[in-house]
Ligand binder design. Structure first.
Ligand SMILES: *[C@@H]1O[C@H](CO)[C@@H](O)[C@H](O)[C@H]1NC(C)=O
Ligand SMILES: *[C@@H]1O[C@H](CO)[C@@H](O)[C@H](O)[C@H]1NC(C)=O
Ligand SMILES: *[C@@H]1O[C@H](CO)[C@@H](O)[C@H](O)[C@H]1NC(C)=O
Length: 211
């Protein structure tokens, strides 16, 4: 019996359905209202457990102690245990003049950036190597799609402050400079990957480890 000419197509559809379902998956759903850390006496849980105060005082236009480099303050389920199971987290970003948040990805979440003060140049690269850039002003939002490489840059004199929401309690961050040049990958591998000599690789490694 001849195989239906549609068989390869239907196999492809099944495979892409399965793969798509995986891609759509976020944090696992919980089947209780909320989760508390193990060893916690549940009867001692009150409103304080659902409150995070660690960002108090950080939203001012000019930080009290002027910084010279970019600073990210994450509020994930590690800092704020009540987020465990709620599929959401925040980060606060402070950009002194001229600073960058270097190219990185979040393997488990998209990122919705909301600029509070200043102006930023932002961009991401999709899987077809398309670059999407924008200048965002205070009050603007920008969405970085899940898993794609992106960056932010404050080229201005004024300080910039942003918060980002992530649809994961633990979005994860893979910073490209440190992941590639600060983790002990064989220098020959890096030299071949970037088509440069090993002495240049060593210089980049030194510089990444110092920053
Ligand atoms: C606390 O509650 C969770 C579920 O809400 C339960 O799994 C856990 O066993 C409880 N812990 C104690 C010490 O009662
Ligand atoms: C849990 O907390 C309640 C109220 O604070 C207290 O009465 C109870 O003894 C505690 N249980 C344990 C196992 O520590
Ligand atoms: C709420 O819980 C926290 C930590 O367990 C405790 O320090 C605080 O006194 C509690 N507040 C009230 C109003 O019970």
């Amino acid at each position: 019996m001849a195989l239906s000419p549609l068989l390869p197509l239907s196999l492809l559809l099944i495979v892409s359905f399965i793969t798509n379902n995986k891609t759509l998956a976020g944090d696992p759903d919980i089947i209780s209202d909320f989760t508390v850390p193990q060893q916690t006496n549940n009867t001692s849980i009150n409103g304080s457990f659902f409150t995070y105060t660690g960002l108090r005082g950080l939203l001012t236009h000019r930080p009290q102690t002027p910084q010279t480099s970019f600073k990210a303050t994450k509020v994930t389920m590690l800092e704020f245990p009540a987020l465990n199971g709620q599929s959401i987290s925040y980060a606060l970003f402070q950009f002194p003049s001229g600073s960058i948040n270097p190219p990185h990805t979040h393997p488990r979440a998209s990122e919705l950036l909301f600029l509070l003060h200043g102006s930023l140049q932002v961009g991401f690269v999709d899987t077809k190597r398309g670059l999407y850039t924008q200048t965002v002003e205070a009050g603007d939002m920008f969405i970085f799609p899940k898993g794609l490489i992106h960056y932010q840059y404050n080229p201005h004199v004024a300080h910039a402050t942003a918060i980002s929401a992530f649809p994961s309690a633990n979005a994860g961050t893979v910073s490209l400079p440190i992941s590639l040049f600060g983790t002990g990958i064989d220098e020959v591998v890096l030299a071949k990957a970037f088509n440069i000599d090993v002495s240049t690789v060593k210089k980049i490694i030194d510089s990444v480890n110092k920053s």
